[in-house]
Ligand binder design. Structure first.
Ligand code: FES
Length: 182
């Protein structure tokens, strides 16, 4: 069966004459433009959901029902499909979080190599429990399923970067580095 194209590949998707302009309040112009640019790459519209929510998450650091609605407004993909895809990924927080999202892997290899002690250490250093954000909105602490860094367990992801073979000393150094950037 022939796939029906939802836009002309290589050209920006243009709304029908008289159709309302895209109106968003949360996403900025840069994100809207990036999502529209991503739309051009995919012959099937809903294939652009992941790139679109990635753009939104990069700007805001989290996703929400209001953000799904704005993505839907831009992409003309049903909100339910966007929410469904986003709900599958712990990578995309669903509420506001700190500038640095610390996700410690607590799956089997990391657990055997001391992940739990590392989480407790981070809780003590940051003064928060997992799932919480520090008062200065700098750090949010969470856990993740296997992040595919098992050979360097225990490990964690901070925003887009991996930190492996963790020790309390390494955690101390990293937290100091991140704090000193402020
Ligand atoms: S179990 Fe932690 S990275 Fe795989």
């Amino acid at each position: 069966m022939k796939t029906q194209l939802t836009h002309i590949p290589g050209k920006p998707r243009i709304k029908a004459p008289g159709a309302p302009e895209v109106r968003v309040k949360i996403l900025n112009a840069e994100s809207v433009a990036e999502i529209q640019k991503q739309m051009v790459r995919f012959p099937i519209r809903r294939s652009a959901i992941l790139p679109a929510i990635t753009v939104a998450n990069r700007q805001l650091g989290y996703l929400s029902a209001e953000v799904y609605e704005e993505i839907s407004e831009i992409t003309e993909i049903p909100v339910s499909q966007i929410a469904e895809a986003a709900s599958f990924y712990t990578l995309f927080p669903k509420k506001p979080r700190g500038k640095y999202l610390i996700m410690v892997c607590d799956n089997i290899s990391c657990a055997l190599c001391g992940a739990d002690a590392m989480i407790k250490y981070l809780e003590m250093k940051l003064g928060i429990k997992r799932g919480e954000t520090t008062e200065d909105n700098l750090f949010t602490l969470g856990t993740a399923e296997c992040l595919a860094g098992c050979s360097a367990a225990p490990m964690m992801q901070v925003n887009d970067r991996y930190y492996e073979n963790l020790t309390p000393a390494k955690v101390d150094k990293l937290l100091e580095e991140l704090k000193s950037k402020e």
